[in-house]
Ligand binder design. Structure first.
Ligand code: MTE
Length: 874
């Protein structure tokens, strides 16, 4: 055996082309190693790195990334989410060239210049004895390098099938959302060990450099998995012997074999060792299989579904697909041979081997066993180095790659069948199911892969379930023909099967049974007072008197609807639960002419005053303001300044109350209505400033309807406002009005998160600006990162001007930077107990924030002995 250097092995034996180190590459100290015979292992297919930026990418944030035009773009031009045509992917063989490797980018690709790579840093922080920052150069030079073949699979692989059954919240992947490469780099365990994790450490959170609408992309895996050599979790800087390409995480990424691709964080910047799973937005709202009965609406309205770690996906499930017959392949029976070789791929998760692949031609009544080729096993016999990394797989049994199945089928059997079904089973004896498990994100779709066979003029026509390039596939065809894709027979009606008409979408009944009183306009007007507010929804008359006290938005919310047709506003902002309460207040039906008159605006209101009004808001009618300025506070937060009717006008909003804002819905038509609390001073004239956080769309989840629409609204647009609303009002000097009842308090405990600061801020400012006001305030403000803290300058100023100790502000961050000296973590029992003091009747707790935060704090407060009457939720 002769000896040579690592670089020469690559040059001479593997690629047989001259190897030059790029300026960015760090030369691993050359060692003497034996020349190895690589003829027994599958090597990467010929690859040609694209050098041209495609014109389609030129106007996008990815204008620095050259790409292969063969890739199928699944989410339009940008972000780049692509799969190769399945046949091209399969033909590449066991390993995929980087230019055809599927890509899943949530946002823009970070632009990392060659010269920046040696000093690219990743930090290892959190629950470690020795936090460290390593440069790319150190990662290469100070740690053992390994090379291993690994298949990455996006959890959304085959999602188009789910979307055809029922639209999920994810975009449509065909069956090529997976690819395999030889990855080279250090084991993540070695990197973590160098920082010495503490005893209570349980998870490794990862964060990439791609800044997205909801923060940096990040997720976590368990620390014990990282430390387990059998799980093979690594960092990679090379793919098939080349530097990682920009789309795949250049210069450094995590690779988590056997798990969904979403855990393999690209452009890796941070490893944070923690006690709990990642609280990164993408860890929580992505890569989950929620129970099948959770609808997209439920998942948006009840965020707790997303926080249940049981629904997070880690290991891949068993799956397979046929590459041949191809979608739309035509087999001419006249020239076909006696056998047709069906071929495809299969994979399983968690290192489990695919132990069988079966084919059925008779709807699953009988199955034939396919042959399976495990190319990955060839590497187990290979000893030595490849691309600068040791191939160390002889001892490891885990299977982290796809396998290829094939079966020779008599052509006559195909001719006599209507569909070819493929299913795989793994080492845990989990077979692919026949039926789809639909879930809100459409992930982990793995029912039997079905290729239909049709006979036409002596030819067999094959069709896959879907076509990622556009319309097509048997599922769409069956659906269009009225088939129920969930009927257990792939939507095809069986002989004798009863036709079940789809259930009509049920309207919620808001009328009381037996009520048939007809009311005319005169009676309606006479009875519609602030004390007994009657209002109309969908032509029906309701008396809201009995709900004045109970309405969560305060009596004013109902009073402002008195004597009006409130349909639009009511239907836009009320939940199904609220609608179900309506029969209790239903008193009759407005007659047709009265309703027409009401809708035309025959009821006198104050919409066109003769003299200019001092205050802008009126509770019963919408007033038009103009968007005159948008100030960007941070990447997702803006101050919208609205011009009122004249320069001297004040808004007319009592401290602690809210106003409703109405704008046209740009997508669905109609209007969007939401409540906000401005941050401008109550006596500001001519304008009002409203601080709003924009919930941007993500590739998998739609953003906030109101906030994204507001963000897109051009200057000078009309924004309609109405109000005030709210049960709470601060009158000053410790006097509060709650649900119309006045009381005195000595102190406030204010608990808020994110933009929930706005109503709380109004009250705090009122207290702080009035030197005579003796009320004391403690504000507990929870945010993710330092830059998420809103109104920080003003809050600091309150503390600075406080000479008598009446104000204490505590910020806590869940993702504080290293140099953050304040509190860390969520607003929890410890924090509340420390600052809220013991429950007493002289203190009111004001809470405003995301639903989950409000719920959690309520539970804590009640358990600490606070009574509901001392808590107010804005
Ligand atoms: N890492 C970062 N930083 N940003 C991302 O958008 N996408 C994830 C994962 N890592 C993503 C990321 C998802 S969902 C998948 S499936 C894989 O990257 C895809 O890796 P690939 O694009 O190299 O195929």
């Amino acid at each position: 055996m002769s000896t040579t250097t690592i670089t020469q092995v690559w040059t001479d034996k593997v690629l047989s082309k001259p190897h030059t180190l790029k300026s960015t590459q760090i030369r691993v100290e050359e060692q003497e190693i034996p020349v190895l015979d690589t003829s027994d292992i599958p090597l990467p297919p010929p690859s040609k790195e694209p050098s041209e930026v495609l014109s389609i990418d030129k106007g996008t944030p990815d204008s620095h990334v050259p790409r292969d035009p063969r890739l199928i773009r699944l989410t339009g031009v940008h972000p780049f989410n692509v799969e190769a045509p399945l046949t091209a992917l399969y033909r590449e063989g066991f390993l995929t060239s980087p230019e055809l490797f599927y890509v899943r980018n949530h946002g823009p690709v970070p632009h990392v210049r060659d010269e920046e790579i040696p000093s690219w840093e990743i930090s290892i922080e959190g629950l470690v004895e020795k936090p460290i920052t390593l440069t790319f150069k150190q990662i290469l030079q100070n740690f053992d390098q390994i090379t291993a073949p690994i298949t990455l699979v996006c959890a959304g692989n085959r999602r188009k099938e789910q979307n055809t059954v029922r639209k999920s919240k994810g975009f449509s992947w065909g069956p090529a959302g997976l690819s395999t490469a030889l990855f080279t780099g250090p084991m993540m365990a070695d990197i973590i060990k160098s920082a010495k994790p503490l005893r209570r450490a349980r998870y490794v959170c990862m964060e990439g450099a791609d800044k997205l609408p909801n923060g940096y992309y990040g997720t976590s895996v368990k620390l014990n998995w990282v430390m387990d050599p059998n799980r093979g979790i690594m960092l990679a800087h090379k793919m098939n012997g080349e530097d990682l390409r920009p789309d795949h995480g250049r210069p450094l990424r995590a690779v988590v074999p056997g798990q969904i691709g979403g855990r393999s964080v690209k452009w890796l910047k941070k490893l944070i060792v923690t006690e709990a799973p990642s609280d990164n937005w993408y860890h929580i709202y992505d890569n989950r299989v929620l129970p099948t009965m959770v609808t997209p609406d439920m998942s948006s309205q009840e965020p707790s579904w997303w926080r249940d770690e049981r629904y997070a996906i880690y290991d891949l499930n068993v799956n397979s697909a046929a590459a041949f017959p191809q979608h739309k392949e035509v087999l001419d029976l006249a020239s076909a041979g006696p056998f047709y070789t069906a071929k495809g791929y299969a994979y399983a998760g968690g290192g489990r081997r695919v132990t069988r692949v079966e084919i059925s031609l008779d709807r699953g009544k009988s199955w034939r066993l396919a042959n399976i080729e495990y190319a990955e096993d060839k590497y187990r016999d290979f000893e030595g180095s490849l691309y600068g990394g040791r191939v160390d797989m002889s001892w490891r049994e885990a299977c982290f790659c796809w396998s290829f199945w094939s079966l020779d089928i008599p052509t006559s059997d195909l001719e006599n069948s209507d569909a070819l079904l493929v299913r795989a089973m793994d080492e845990a004896l989990s077979p692919q199911p026949r039926d789809m498990y639909w879930s809100v994100l459409g992930m982990m779709n793995n029912p039997w892969f079905r290729v239909t066979i049709a006979k036409e003029n002596g030819k067999l026509l094959f069709e896959h379930p879907t076509d990622p390039t556009g319309p097509g596939g048997w599922m769409e065809r069956v659906k269009k023909a009225g088939g129920d894709l969930t009927n257990g027979n792939w939507g095809e009606r069986q002989e004798g099967e009863e036709i079940i008409e789809p259930e009509p979408v049920q309207d919620i009944n808001m009328k009381k049974e037996g009520v048939n009183r007809v009311i005319d306009l005169e009676e309606f007007k006479k009875n519609s007072t602030d004390e007994s507010p009657w209002f109309v929804v969908n032509g029906e008359v309701y008396d809201g008197t009995a709900f004045l006290e109970g309405h969560p938005g305060g009596a004013q919310s109902i009073i402002s609807a008195a004597g009006t047709d409130a349909s639009e506003e009511f239907l836009a902002i009320h939940s199904e639960t609220a609608k179900k309460m309506m029969p209790d207040y239903h008193i009759g039906t407005l007659n047709k002419t009265s309703l027409e008159a009401l809708l035309k605006g025959d009821i006198a209101d104050d919409t066109s005053p003769t003299t200019p009004r001092d205050t802008f808001l009126t509770p019963k009618s919408w007033k038009k303001a103009t968007l005159i300025k948008k100030t960007t506070v941070s990447w997702d937060t803006r101050i919208f300044t609205l011009g009122l009717e004249h320069a001297d006008q004040t808004l007319g909003l009592p401290t602690g109350q809210h106003l409703m804002i109405k704008i046209p819905d740009p997508t669905a038509g109609g209007a969007i209505i939401r409540s906000y609390t401005p941050i401008s001073e109550t006596n500001q004239r001519g304008t009002v400033d409203i601080l709003i956080k924009i919930y941007f769309d993500s590739p998998t989840l739609p953003g906030g309807k109101m906030t994204t629409a507001l963000d897109k609204l051009p200057l000078n647009s009309v924004i309609e406002c109405k109000g005030p609303t709210g049960r709470f009002e601060y009158l000053g000097n410790g006097q509060v009005l709650v649900g119309g009842k006045e009381r005195t308090v000595q102190s406030f405990v204010m608990i808020c998160g994110g933009t929930g600061i706005t109503p709380v801020f109004q009250v705090l400012r009122a207290v702080m600006q009035d030197e005579q006001d003796p009320t004391t305030c403690v504000l507990l403000d929870g945010n993710r990162q330092e830059e998420d803290i809103l109104c920080r300058i003003e809050l600091n100023a309150f503390e600075d001007m406080d000479k008598v100790g009446k104000c204490k502000i505590v910020h806590t961050l869940t993702k504080g930077p290293e140099n953050w000296t304040g509190r860390r973590g969520r607003i929890d029992e410890e924090l509340i107990e420390e600052y809220a003091g013991s429950p007493n009747d002289q203190t009111m707790v004001l809470v405003c924030g995301p639903e989950a935060m409000e719920k959690a704090s309520k539970k804590i407060l009640l358990s600490l002995g606070w009574t509901e009457s001392n808590l107010h939720y804005f």
